[in-house]
Design a protein. Sequence first.
Length: 138
Amino acid sequence: MTPRKTVWPLEPHTRGKHEVLRHYLAAWFPILGSFAGRVAFIDGFAGPGQYEGGEPGSPLIAFEAFRKHASKLKGEAAFLFIEEKADRAEHLRRLIESADKPKNCKIEVATADFEKKMTAVLPPVPIIRETASLVRLV
Ligand SMILES: C[S@@+](CC[C@H](N)C(=O)[O-])C[C@H]1O[C@@H](n2cnc3c(N)ncnc32)[C@H](O)[C@@H]1O
């Protein structure tokens, strides 16, 4: 269960998830970026971007994976981080603001409910819009 505090200690299972995410994106960012004009990464349950011991959360892990390959990408990367709790979204926003950002990226931190935000940003094609309720990201 997610605690009530803005940031909380990193649990072993989350650390494991982050390892998988880190390796997955290290492989996929260069592949997608070599042919796609735009790569989008959406973290629908973003959290505050940091744990109590200073470890990065999933949004910063994704951003760092992109940053390592940014110069090799043909196009740009767009990040959408969705977090419903205002204090956590604000914490993440501050971390992103202070990060060193390559030119070819856009980042939005939305204080919003995942499903509502996704429904608002997805194109008005029923099969795609229905995906919002099926895809629950990291
Ligand atoms: C497990 S934590 C985030 C972990 C983070 N993705 C990571 O791996 O570092 C889940 C987060 O989702 C947020 N959350 C829960 N329900 C949500 C919803 N319907 N829309 C957006 N955020 C939500 C919680 O406030 C919490 O911060």
